[in-house]
Design a protein around this ligand. Structure first.
Ligand SMILES: Cc1ncc(COP(=O)(O)O)c(C=O)c1O
Length: 393
């Protein structure tokens, strides 16, 4: 063989050794060779399990999907290139055979709201919003609008409300609607939506599951009834997560429960400290006995695990004062995202909820004085010291 041919083929496609690697390798191949065309034909025809083309699945992606599916106790999963791609896939899969109508919680991540308004509404889907924490309002809205799906977050962003997923799932089932739950903030350590009757559970893998701030990804986990529809859509739509990202996410997840336990404990300490600080007007934390959903939280979350997000309002602080407080932080990272090993702070008014109207923000309690803290795995004393010096400013 000549040098040009050897450069392309030599050494490649060696059969893997008999020994099994301890962790799943990163399979970057875009396509797979079958021994015979008859075998490839059966793989394409879904008669035989196997790989043909990376958009349809890779061994690295499949390992991650099996892992997260097992954490969420689902039927199957599809890893996606971002949390937003996962949300879009879940909504599409829910609506394929149902009325093109979405009932969404009012309190929801800003980009999710944009997905509904900029993508699904222009495509002709009806989008309605409801106070998801008012079960009678949810029941009335389902009866009036007959949605194909209901969309909510387990813990809402950034006001940290907790909805009654089990009761809403029962309402959806009775009405023939699919319930989609974004479980990013709660994680499967606190709650598993499919166990409570949801049809789809969605995660931004970017957050607690991967946990190190070094990978963007998402995943949809669903029940048996929706699995084939979701996978078929994903093969066509092509939201698949790349193999490098799938590997990183899987690596991160190995320590996810340990990190999350620590983050929850740190958040509870920091929330209690903030509550007693003279410059703090109010604190929102799902572990508080005064939380508006305390009874639901006691019923649905394990004792002592309330998530690791803490939102708080700084007394008499308008935008400039909040900017100055955030700029003074030295340890807490001033960046968009959450769920990482490091503590992070975000100002929802200029970031996650920027495009919401001021009136709507006000109604949801997303005031100019509100900041959202994602608590990391550091020593809580160091985070408290940093917040303290920045509040004194
Ligand atoms: C609750 C929630 N869902 C979904 C997303 C979107 O995830 P991604 O940024 O991975 O697309 C985010 C991102 O912040 C989020 O906070």
């Amino acid at each position: 063989m000549k040098i040009h041919t050897k450069s392309v083929h030599a050494g490649d496609r060696k059969k893997p050794p008999e020994q099994i690697p301890v962790t799943t390798p990163i399979y970057t191949a875009a396509s797979y060779i079958s021994a015979r065309q008859e075998e490839l034909d059966r793989i394409f025809g879904h008669e035989l399990e196997g790989y043909s083309y990376a958009r349809y699945g890779t061994p690295t992606g499949a390992a991650l999907e099996e892992l997260v599916n097992s954490l969420e106790n689902g039927h199957g999963a599809q890893a996606c290139a971002s949390g937003m791609a996962a949300l879009e896939l879940a909504i599409l899969a829910a609506l394929v055979d149902r009325p093109k109508s979405i009932l969404a919680a009012e309190a929801i991540y800003g980009a999710t709201l944009n997905l509904l308004v900029r993508v699904f509404e222009p495509l002709g889907a009806g989008v309605r919003h409801v106070d998801i924490y008012d079960l009678e309002a949810v029941e009335r809205a389902i009866a009036a609008h007959k949605p194909g799906c209901v969309l909510m977050e387990t813990i809402s962003n950034p006001t940290l409300r907790v909805g009654q997923i089990d009761r809403i799932a029962a309402m959806c089932k009775a009405a023939g609607a699919a319930l989609i739950v974004d479980n990013t903030f709660a994680t499967p350590l606190l709650l598993r939506p499919l166990e409570l009757g949801a049809s789809f559970c969605v995660h931004s893998l970017t957050k607690y599951l991967a946990g190190h701030g070094d990978v963007l990804g998402g995943i949809v986990i669903c029940d048996e009834a929706h699995y084939e529809t979701m996978r078929t859509l994903a093969r066509t739509n092509g939201p698949a997560l790349g193999a490098f990202e799938a590997y990183l996410a899987m690596r991160g997840i190995k320590t996810f429960p340990l990190r999350m336990e620590r983050q929850c404990a740190n958040a509870a300490r920091i929330a209690a400290w903030l509550e007693s600080h003279p410059r703090i007007e109010s604190v929102i934390f799902p572990g508080q006995s005064s939380h508006p959903d305390a009874a639901v939280i006691a019923r649905l979350f394990p004792p002592g695990l309330y998530g690791a997000m803490v939102s708080f309002r700084i007394k008499d602080a308008a935008r400039e004062a909040v900017f100055a407080f955030i700029d003074r932080l030295k340890l807490v990272v001033r960046a968009t995202s959450l769920g990482d090993v490091h503590s992070m702070i975000l100002y929802p008014v200029i970031s996650s909820h920027r495009e919401m109207s001021p009136a709507q923000r006000q109604r949801l309690g997303i005031t100019e004085s509100l900041v959202r803290l994602s608590v990391g795995i550091e020593d809580a004393d160091d985070v408290i010291a940093d917040l303290d010096q920045a509040l004194k400013g």
